[in-house]
Design a protein around this ligand. Structure first.
Ligand SMILES: *Cc1c(COP(=O)(O)O)cnc(C)c1O
Length: 245
């Protein structure tokens, strides 16, 4: 596999450093340990060279939105995944008939928003004696365009998902409100934290470690970190505007 071009690597390395500085600053400002917040780079519509540059820049977590793209890029990054240099998370809508393809490359699915999809993951994992990490995606903004369960329904779905064999519930994911009002965006992130706290505090052994909060993107990561994000998902701030799909 050819290494990424020096220019791409230089640019990506600088951008990763800048994003990491934003995360660290927001964490310190909130009295949090910056090492408690991981950076996931969203590589949708980016070529495999960009993914390799992201990993060469020290990022250990990347996310793909579409199964087709995940499958297309998988061979180009298989060596990095096998070496443990990077883990791939599915962060987009997933259909039941695509579950097999996702399990071949991804170590986690952050976008579980129905029991049906969790059951499909579970039965494949049981068959292949695998375990997949999953998060329940919650729609905290109420925007119709966004996937995810309603916040009120999230604890119930989380309990049902966590009870399935072959899947391990690690936490919750959301996409923040598309709004210029920071208070509104931040309230959504706080809502996800409340959902997580309700579930973890219930004390069920299967859900009490579901502490991850995957929230915050290029435009709102500081607000998410202030509300407790443990994973922020950043695309454009690292890789620039996306090539047309
Ligand atoms: C694209 C994407 C991101 C990153 O968005 P940017 O605004 O480019 O940082 C994060 N999460 C999901 C689910 C995405 O689809």
């Amino acid at each position: 596999m050819p290494s990424s071009s020096p220019d791409l690597l230089t640019l990506v390395t600088e951008n990763v450093r800048a994003v990491r500085a934003r995360i660290d600053g927001a964490a310190r400002g909130a009295g949090r340990d910056p090492s408690d917040v991981r950076l996931l780079v969203a590589t949708k519509t980016q070529p495999p060279e960009a993914v390799r540059a992201v990993v060469a820049a020290g990022v250990e977590l990347v996310g793909e939105n579409r199964v087709q793209e995940l499958v297309a890029k998988a061979p180009a990054i298989a060596d990095l995944v096998a070496a443990g240099d990077v883990a791939v998370h599915m962060i987009g809508n997933l259909q039941r008939n695509k579950v097999n393809q996702v399990l071949a490359t991804a170590s986690a699915v952050q976008s579980v928003d129905s029991l049906a999809i969790a059951e499909a993951l579970s039965s494949r994992c049981v068959r292949d004696t695998l375990t997949i990490d999953v998060m329940v995606q919650v729609n905290v903004s109420g925007e119709a365009s966004k996937s995810g369960v309603e916040p009120d329904d999230a604890p119930g779905l989380a309990r049902e998902v966590a009870a399935l064999p072959g899947v391990r519930l690690t936490g919750f994911m959301t996409i923040g409100a598309r709004s210029r009002d920071d208070d509104e965006v931040r309230a959504g992130f706080a809502r996800l934290r409340e959902v997580r706290d309700v579930v973890v505090r219930a004390g069920d052994p299967r859900t009490r470690d579901a502490r991850e909060l995957s929230m915050g993107m290029s435009g709102d990561l500081e607000l998410a970190v202030a509300e407790g994000a443990t994973i922020v998902r950043v695309g454009t701030a690292v890789l620039g505007s996306r090539p047309a799909p």
